[in-house]
Design a protein around this ligand. Structure first.
Ligand code: ADP
Length: 489
């Protein structure tokens, strides 16, 4: 009960509520008048002995109610107070100089009270308005966050959670309490998928956020309380103050289990289909070779040409099927390397010969400054060089050369394939090494491809502890370079 009364009297409890009462200030001030009059007449028995009490008490009341009930509250107390002062002057029978000085003092005090009321009450109303606006903004933000199709957790720098939407609870399969400190004790049992080194079962990638390392597109698997597993995708957006200091983070989480399953089914299907296609294609090629040999002596030129064309179409199909199988091997980590010693320059000449037309002059030029023996997977490195040369020929005009350079620096061998063709925008440099990625503008130009080659090349080179990258200028050409550590030499 007492607590309720104190709460009601505490002006801070009304901050932001914009409730400005008139009855309570009026009642309290009138009661105060009665009490002061009682003290004057009954306790002190001297009606003139309460001057200072009346000034200080009512000044305090004005300040209190102006802060509690805004300008309205302050003005009500001011009116009652000034009325009371006038009553005192009239009832105490002042005359002459005492009357005029009392009247002057009353007017001065009235002006002072109005100023105090306007300043304190005005400030209070302004604060209420700002708090109200802030609260409206918060409510709007909360409603937006709540409706997002992704899970959102807002934490401060120390990881204390201040906001969680329903979707986040659903995705993580548990109630996440506000005030929980990420990284303190296990929130979810999780295993990161994308970065094996960041194994933090407490809250994956929180350590990265604390170190200021961006957390984008990370994946991890969680075990929910009901025993099921979910594949989670996580990113965070830093929230910074005006001095660019990180003050909080919005963790965005998505359940990608269905997506992963679908992708897995698609991969399984492609893998199975390519395996099934491989055998009949090999037979087709054998029959085609047999037919070609038989037709060598045939007089019928068109038949020979047709069989020859069938052969090259089968070659193309076989290449696609091989690439599809390689892509699935890369994805499942089953690409096996068979290292053997060989001469890199000879191998490159062999690739170049394969692209040499018997009738037309070659567009390929080799600039070789070294002649290294290497120990690597010959078949796979052949595949990389072949892919880069094939792309260079495909993505540049027929009358432009393709320069192939074999060189070395302190500890690496490098092979570059340079063309003077359509080029690639800088923002695509990384993406083209992704799975099934094709530059959109190239696709629009009707250039055919599946975007598998560079993905496989990257894996092959990285498995050899090398690097592969591209430098290019749109419309002027591209240079693809890969390196192999000299240790392979
Ligand atoms: P594909 O050529 O079969 O589509 P790749 O993985 O070899 O697949 O290449 C991926 C994409 O990179 C290509 O689709 C093309 O847009 C771009 N690209 C590759 N090589 C070049 C090049 N030399 N010049 C311009 N763009 C290239």
């Amino acid at each position: 009960m007492l607590q309720k009364i104190l709460d009601y009297l505490n002006p801070l409890n009304r901050l932001g509520t914009m409730q400005y009462s008139a009855v309570f200030p009026l009642f309290t001030t009138l009661m105060s008048v009665v009490v002061v009059e009682f003290i004057a007449h009954v306790v002190l028995k001297n009606p003139n002995a309460v001057g200072f009490l009346a000034i200080f008490l009512f000044m305090a009341l004005i300040m209190y109610f102006a802060f509690r009930d805004g300008i309205k509250g302050g003005i009500i107390v001011t009116l009652v107070t000034v009325g009371y002062y006038l009553y005192i002057i009239a009832s105490r029978g002042y005359t002459g100089a005492q009357l005029s000085s009392s009247m002057q003092a009353t007017f001065l005090l009235a002006a002072l009270y109005v100023i105090i009321t306007t300043i304190i009450g005005g400030l209070k109303q302004k604060i209420d308005l700002l708090i109200g606006k802030e609260a409206d903004g918060q409510r709007r933000l909360r409603a937006i966050i709540e409706q997002l199709p992704v899970g959102v957790i807002v934490s401060n720098r120390q990881g204390v959670i201040s906001q969680v939407n329903t979707k986040a609870h659903q995705i993580l399969g548990k109630e996440i309490p506000l005030g929980f400190v990420l990284g303190s004790k296990p929130l979810i049992a999780a295993t990161p998928v994308t970065t094996k080194s960041e194994q933090n079962p407490i809250f994956p990638f929180f350590a990265m956020f604390k170190r200021g390392v961006p957390v984008v597109n990370k994946e991890f698997v969680i075990k929910k309380e009901n025993g099921s597993e979910a594949h989670i995708h996580l990113s965070f957006n830093k929230i910074e103050n005006e001095k660019n200091k990180t003050i909080a983070a919005a963790w965005i989480i998505q359940d990608i289990t269905d997506q992963i399953e679908l992708e897995q089914r698609k991969d399984d299907f492609i893998n199975m289909a390519s395996h099934e296609l491989k055998t009949p294609l090999t037979s087709l090629k054998l029959y085609n070779n047999f037919l070609l040999r038989t037709l060598v002596t045939s007089e019928h030129e068109p038949s020979r040409k047709i069989v020859d064309r069938i052969g090259s179409q089968v070659d193309k199909l076989q290449k696609i099927v091989e690439e599809l199988l390689d892509v699935s091997k890369v994805k499942t980590g089953k690409l096996v390397l068979n290292r053997e010693p060989f001469n890199l320059k000879d191998m490159m000449l062999e690739v170049m010969e394969m692209y040499q037309s018997p009738t037309k002059p070659s567009r390929l030029q080799l600039l070789s400054y070294i002649n290294p023996e290497v120990v690597a997977d010959r078949f796979r490195i052949y595949q990389v060089v072949s892919n880069l040369i094939s792309n260079a020929l495909k993505y540049s005009p027929k009358d432009q050369p393709v320069l192939i350079t074999l060189n070395q620096d302190k500890d690496r061998l490098s092979v570059s394939v340079q063309d003077f063709g359509i080029g690639i925008e800088a923002d695509q440099y990384e993406l083209i090494f992704g799975r099934l990625y094709q530059v959109a503008s190239h696709k629009r130009q009707g250039i055919q491809g599946f975007g598998m080659g560079l993905y496989i090349c990257k894996e092959i080179i990285e498995r050899h502890q090398g690097n592969i990258w591209v430098k290019s200028e749109k419309g002027k050409g591209s240079t693809f370079t890969f390196t192999l550590p000299k240790a392979t030499a």
